[in-house]
Design a protein around this ligand. Structure first.
Ligand code: SF4
Ligand code: SF4
Length: 291
C-alpha cells in the first residue's frame, strides 16, 4: 500500500469530497461454473475481456480517478488470456497504480490469487447454499479456510436464507476464525421474484444481524450501515462507483436507470462507503478492514 497515495485518496474522498468514480468494478468475464438462482449475468455471452482490454479499462478509469478495483464476473478465477491468469491481472492493476485490488469469487476453485482482499460468496449453510448456488457450502468454506490471504464472506439475504443468519455466523466463527461476513440483501434487478424480502422480512433480518454483531459474532457491516439499509437514508445511486463490462460503462451498477431497483438496493457496501464519507466510525472501520 502506497501510504501517501492512500492519504491523498482519503483527503479527496472525505474532506474535499470530490465526485469521481473511486471504485471500479471490472467484470472481466461472464463465464461461470455455477448458475445461482438469483443470477442472470453468468454465461450470457460467454466472453472474456482480453488482457489488453483490461489494461485499457484500468488505465482510462485510473485517469478518471479510480483507485480501488474489484475484479468480478462471472467467475474471475476462470479468466484467462493465453497463458495469463487472474494473478497477472492483479499485478497489472497494481502496476497501473490501484491502491487496493479486490476479487469476488464463488470459491469453488482453490483460492490463491494475491488480491488485497478476496470476497467469497456463500449464501448459507450446506443445504441452503446448495439450493441457492448449486454447490455445497462445505467445499467453499474449505477453500476459504485454506487461503492465507485477507478475505471475507458475502452473504446475500433472501427469502430462502433469512432464517439461518445466526447459525451461519456460528459456522463461520467455528470454521473460518478471523473472517467476517458482509451481508447484502437481495435486490430486484430483474423484477420482484420469489427471493425478494418483504419489508417485514428485511427489517427482521437486519435486527438479527445487528443483534449478532452486538453479541460478538463476525459481522462486517457496521451498525450504522445496517440501519441505513433499513431506512434507505444514504445517498444512492452514487457517482463514486462504476461498473464496466464488455457491454459498456455504468455509473454505480447496471441498474442505474431503474429508480425502483435503487430504492430497494441491497448492496450494503455502497451504504458503508457513503457513511464512511460522513465520518461514521463503524463504517470507516468496515471499509478499512478490506482496503
Ligand atoms: S457465482 Fe456469481 S456469476 Fe456465477 S452464477 Fe453465481 S452469482 Fe452468477
Ligand atoms: S441498484 Fe441502484 S443504488 Fe444499488 S448499486 Fe445499482 S445503481 Fe447503485
Amino acid at each position: 500500500m502506497n501510504m501517501m497515495e492512500f492519504l491523498r485518496l482519503g483527503v479527496d474522498f472525505a474532506i474535499l469530497r470530490r465526485e469521481r468514480p473511486y471504485v471500479l468494478g471490472l467484470s472481466i468475464t461472464d463465464i461461470c461454473n455455477l448458475s445461482c438462482r438469483h443470477c442472470r449475468v453468468a454465461n450470457d455471452r460467454r466472453e472474456m475481456m482480453s488482457y489488453d482490454e483490461v489494461r485499457d479499462h484500468l488505465e482510462s478509469n485510473w485517469r478518471r480517478g479510480a483507485r480501488v478495483v474489484y475484479y468480478e464476473g462471472g467467475e474471475p478465477y476462470l479468466w484467462r488470456d493465453r497463458r495469463r491468469r487472474l494473478p497477472e491481472l492483479i499485478a497489472l492493476a497494481r502496476q497501473v497504480g490501484y491502491l487496493s485490488v479486490h476479487v469476488y469469487t464463488n470459491g469453488t476453485r482453490p483460492i490463491n490469487a494475491p488480491a488485497d482482499f478476496t470476497w467469497v460468496s456463500i449464501d448459507g449453510p450446506d443445504d441452503i447454499n446448495l439450493a441457492l448456488r448449486g454447490v455445497s457450502a462445505d467445499s467453499v468454506i474449505a477453500n476459504a479456510a485454506a487461503f492465507g490471504g485477507r478475505c471475507g464472506i458475502v452473504f446475500t439475504v433472501n427469502t430462502i436464507n433469512c432464517g439461518v443468519i445466526e447459525p451461519f455466523l456460528q459456522l463461520v466463527r467455528t470454521r473460518l476464525p478471523a473472517r467476517r461476513v458482509m451481508f447484502f440483501f437481495h435486490t430486484p434487478y430483474y423484477g420482484v421474484d420469489e427471493l425478494c424480502l418483504s419489508a417485514e422480512q428485511k427489517f427482521g433480518a437486519i435486527d438479527t444481524i445487528a443483534a449478532c454483531k452486538q453479541a460478538g459474532l463476525p459481522v462486517m457491516n457496521s451498525q450504522a450501515g445496517l440501519q441505513a439499509m433499513r431506512t434507505g437514508d444514504y445517498p444512492h445511486p452514487t457517482k463514486l462507483y462504476k461498473v464496466v463490462d464488455r457491454s459498456g460503462d455504468y455509473q454505480c451498477c447496471r441498474s442505474i436507470s431503474q429508480p425502483e431497483v435503487c430504492r430497494q438496493c441491497g448492496y450494503s457496501s455502497c451504504a458503508e462507503i457513503m457513511l464512511a464519507r460522513n465520518f461514521r466510525p463503524g463504517a470507516i472501520r468496515s471499509i478499512l478492514h478490506t482496503w
